[in-house]
Ligand binder design. Structure first.
Ligand code: SF4
Length: 213
């Protein structure tokens, strides 16, 4: 029977991606093999509580919304994450997965919207990127780049152009909170006519770095 180690399960507004602003049940799985310099969920690296799949589904149902986001940590670091995603889809939820792009996404249910946060140089974890994942993303999925500085921006721009990513996936560029001035990033995107969606992390503006929001 699938079991998941859960750091927190809570209701909030989706803070990023195409579903931004929608009331969403968040399931934050414990554990991550990466150590990004800007990580704001280091409290999910360890601890957590083991729950059976049935208990997770019950607790999600109790939150009373139709959108569910499975996040971490790095959720795919847990063996039973794909089973959780499929069970949530079977239960009729609109399901999204936030993943780092460092682990294989091939076992993820195709009904799930994947938001792959490919690591930029400024994260300090560039070497962990699993570029094979890019070929597995479809039109419903999203690629997110957290931009820490101009070097990150130019790296991301080159990647998008070389691989023509924006032609087949929605690409999100997000300024790293406290490191990249949002307005400057917006101006770079406009200057280059880069076909990406600029986004701010809504939850940071509403609740700062408070866990469970
Ligand atoms: S992948 Fe996500 S959870 Fe893991 S260290 Fe990086 S930002 Fe933090």
């Amino acid at each position: 029977m699938p079991r998941l180690r859960i750091t927190e399960l809570f209701l909030s507004l989706q803070g990023e991606s195409r579903s931004v602003g929608l009331p969403t049940a968040f399931v934050r799985l414990t554990g991550c093999p990466l150590r990004c310099g800007y990580c704001d969920t280091a409290y999910a690296f360890s601890g957590g509580s083991w729950m059976g799949l049935g208990e997770v589904l019950e607790r999600v149902a109790a939150l009373g919304v139709g959108h569910v986001c499975v996040t971490g940590g790095e959720p795919l670091a847990q063996r039973d994450c794909p089973a959780l995603l499929s069970a949530l889809c079977d239960a009729g939820y609109a399901v999204s997965l936030e993943t780092s792009g460092a682990l294989d996404i091939s076992a993820v249910d195709p009904r799930v919207v994947q938001v792959v946060d490919l690591k930029t140089p400024g994260s300090g974890e560039l070497a962990k990127n699993r570029y094979e994942n890019l070929a597995l993303l479809g039109p419903g999925d999203q690629l997110k780049l957290v931009i820490c500085d101009r070097t990150d921006y130019e790296w991301g721009r080159a990647l998008l152009r070389e691989r023509r990513l924006a032609e087949r996936i929605e690409v999100l560029l997000s300024p790293c909170h406290g490191r990249q001035d949002p307005r400057e990033l917006a101006e770079w995107i406009l200057e280059d006519r880069l076909p990406v969606r600029f986004q701010l992390q809504l939850h940071k503006y509403l609740w700062g770095d408070q866990p469970g929001r």
